[in-house]
Write a protein that binds this ligand. Structure first.
Ligand code: CAA
Length: 248
């Protein structure tokens, strides 16, 4: 980050395991951080816990799967804080189940929350980034967008789609000072991963050459790196960060 300007960073799904750590890291780095959340009751408890640890990000509510809600949130942010320089599309959900049993609702919810959200948020910030000649869009995908995972046809499709989006948008705005990249975390110690059946999870950990789940701070470190002004020649990339679980 340059010293003469405090860049504004928006992290979607900030109250989750990865999002929380990203907010902390970006605040430690000196950014003005905005935490997006969906559920007020969860956000209240999160806000209190974060404040106790010395972190008081601005907080804005919107269900990122809803284009109109995102538009309203972005308008508010723009008028109350200013334009967003760094967007971390982190919000996501799982609705696992074998495809033979997968309902349309489970498909729809995952595609809307994990992929449409990327369109919804990016679409609302891209023109101001281009106008300002600076921007960072960081899409949080998954190792399971790169490899198969039994029970995640919906999630894998959404996460793979995210990187397709990254590549094209990266090329479209490459001359405008805006970079667009994907991070594909493997299995990280978050509530989302801990919700996987213990036996299944143990099997998965056995398949990770480093021999453990990843830490949220390890993902936040990569977000911090890609957000920096120094990362200006990196665009359209997909960073695997999975302990060696998937190498290609
Ligand atoms: N591998 C191979 N076969 C499997 C299997 C697996 N992992 N899981 C189930 N099966 C088989 C069953 O034995 C069964 O076989 P039969 O039809 O021959 O009896 C068949 O598939 C159907 O099994 P279920 O009825 O149990 O299937 P289900 O629809 O209830 O779902 C599941 C199974 C719970 C999704 C299970 O596969 C699972 O937990 N998978 C792991 C999902 C996972 O890793 N999620 C990651 C969440 S965290 C995250 O996503 C973060 C990130 O980015 C990494």
């Amino acid at each position: 980050m340059t010293k003469d300007k405090q860049y504004v960073a928006l992290v979607t799904g900030a109250t989750g395991g990865l999002g929380t750590q990203m907010v902390k890291r970006l605040m430690d780095d000196g950014y003005k951080v905005i935490a997006n959340y969906r559920t007020a009751s969860k956000a209240d408890a999160w806000k209190e816990k974060m404040a106790a640890e010395g972190y008081e990000p601005d907080m804005y509510q919107a269900d990122v799967s809803d284009y109109e809600q995102v538009g309203n949130m972005m308008e508010k942010i723009e008028s109350e804080v200013g334009p967003i320089d760094i967007l971390v599309n982190n919000a996501g959900i799982t609705r696992d189940g074998s495809f033979r049993k997968m309902t349309f609702a489970r498909w729809d919810q995952v595609l809307k929350s994990n992929l449409y959200s990327v369109f919804n948020c990016s679409r609302h910030v891209i023109n101001s980034m281009v106008a300002n000649g600076f921007g960072r869009i960081i899409n949080i995908s998954s190792v399971n967008g790169q490899r198969a995972q039994f029970g995640q046809a919906n999630y894998s499709a959404a996460k793979a789609g995210m990187h397709g989006f990254t590549k094209t948008l990266a090329v479209e705005v490459a001359k405008k000072g805006v970079t667009v990249n994907t991070i594909s975390p493997g299995y990280i110690a978050t509530d989302m991963v801990m919700a996987v059946d213990e036996g299944v999870r143990e099997q998965i950990v056995k398949g990770i050459p480093i021999g453990r789940l990843g830490g949220t701070e390890e993902i936040a470190h990569l977000v911090s790196f890609l957000a920096s002004t120094e990362a200006s020649f990196i665009t359209g990339a997909n960073y695997a960060i999975n302990g060696g679980q998937h190498v290609y």
